[in-house]
Design a protein around this ligand. Structure first.
Ligand code: PMP
Length: 416
């Protein structure tokens, strides 16, 4: 079985030859119907979407479970109106990087608002959540520093740690984290433990109270990327940090505006001097244009989290309903505690087949296989939204019942 990895590092080939070789691999997958990525959406994102599938002349309606727009705010009239108003006032772009003319009043308002959202004083805003991690960590961690990573952290964290030493501990394994903290003591100038709040593939939480305790005990800094928890977890949507009431115990919080906040962009929250350092040191911030005026709509979506808590309530009703429905079918949803719902299948080919059968039934999900998860951990990954109705979810459950029957997913569920 050819794997993605075999096509990444091929000795004796130049860049164009590698690309051509990789192309043959993609064609190989495509010919077998396994290239289910970059499906073309021709509507807004939401619980129902219009997809234009290859070889079909007309777009078709699907129930979608692929969006991280958990609260449905990408379609909220007030969020849309705020984006339109900002474009009306400022135009479509900002024209420069922040140090040389691209820093606008709405950027500063956004920095203050997101810091205040987490009951903190200072934040830096990036143009993506990815750079909030990669650019910040690259500037903070150098040669004599150590990054200690939960193995399941997001790719952007890994990219941020290319210049420093790294050690990884198995997902949420506190004994192994403590072992690394013990053996690395006194050997580095900085030790930084970096975790997600909610893990993006399994949907489970970090064991935050224990990790905070270990970091304090061993004198390490703690960074939490709560991209998937923010806006949906905790009594008022402040994320896993609120869930455990540890607002002030985490050194650095990072996250994205692309999920519950319904736009694009990222942020990092830390002590004022760390934030100021990044504003003048993080290269992808310093040398890259600032977020476009439409991003002023994020100010509205942050407000809506407090003003319209009904969306978060409905999301949780949906999550519980859907999860218990899947469990009722004997499927394995793992340890999820969030709106990310995996159905663990294990075999990558069966997973691809399941996704295809669901598509045939009008249900749009993502098959997740290596390298996003380990080879034996393939699954269908779904995100529930506040704007799904129980009728939508019933249709998905019915389709799963058929697919499970056809592919014998119950037996697989028992052994994954
Ligand atoms: N962190 C985590 C945990 C994520 O899941 C993602 C997005 N998939 C990011 C960071 C990157 O955010 P963005 O897509 O806004 O760049």
């Amino acid at each position: 079985k050819a794997s993605f990895k075999d096509f990444e590092q091929i000795p004796g080939m130049d860049a164009y030859e590698r690309a051509a070789y990789f192309d043959t691999y993609l064609n190989f997958l495509d010919d077998r119907g396994h290239l289910n990525y970059r499906i073309k959406t021709v509507s807004g994102c939401g619980p129902e979407v219009m997809l234009e599938l290859k070889g079909k002349t007309r777009p078709r309606k699907f129930i979608s479970l692929v969006s991280n727009d958990y609260l449905g705010f990408t379609q909220h009239p007030e969020v849309k109106a705020a984006a339109v108003a900002a474009i009306g006032k400022y135009g479509t772009g900002t024209g420069a990087s922040p140090a040389i003319g691209g820093h606008f009043d709405f950027h500063e308002a956004l920095e203050q608002k997101i810091a205040g959202f987490f009951r903190r004083g200072s934040a830096i805003v990036y143009t993506t959540g990815y750079t909030a991690n990669s650019a910040s960590l690259q500037s903070l961690l150098r040669r004599n520093d150590l990054a200690i990573l939960d193995m399941a952290v997001h790719a952007s964290v890994y990219e941020g740690c290319l210049q420093c030493d790294t050690k990884r501990f198995p997902h949420n394994n506190l004994q192994e984290l403590e072992r690394i903290l013990t053996i690395s003591r006194g050997k580095y100038q900085t030790r930084m433990v970096i975790i997600d709040g909610v893990y993006s593939q399994d949907g489970d939480f970090a064991h935050l109270p224990e990790i905070v305790k270990l970091c304090k005990q061993y004198g390490a800094y703690l960074v939490v990327d709560d991209a998937h928890g923010t806006g949906v977890i905790g009594k008022t949507g402040r994320g896993v940090i609120e869930h455990y009431d540890l607002f002030q115990e985490v050194d650095i919080i990072t996250g994205t505006f692309s999920k519950s906040f319904a736009h694009i962009g990222g942020y990092l929250i830390a002590k004022p001097e760390v934030v100021r350092y990044l504003k003048f040191q993080a290269r992808q911030h310093l040398f890259s244009v600032t977020a476009a005026p439409a991003s002023a709509c994020i100010l509205k979506s942050i407000d809506l989290i407090d003003e319209e808590p009904q969306w978060m309530r409905k999301l949780w009703e949906n999550v519980e309903y859907f999860k218990s429905g899947l469990k009722g079918l004997g499927l394995n949803t793992g340890n999820t505690q969030s709106a990310i719902i995996p159905v663990k299948i294990g075999d990558p080919y069966k997973t691809a087949q399941a996704a295809k059968l669901l598509m045939d039934a009008g249900i749009y999900t993502n098959p997740i296989i290596y390298p996003a998860v380990s080879p034996a951990d393939a699954r269908i990954r779904m995100s529930v939204m506040a704007t799904h109705t129980f009728e939508h979810l019933d249709q998905v459950l019915n389709a799963f019942e058929q697919v499970s029957h056809k592919l014998n997913l119950k037996t697989t569920a028992a052994i994954v």
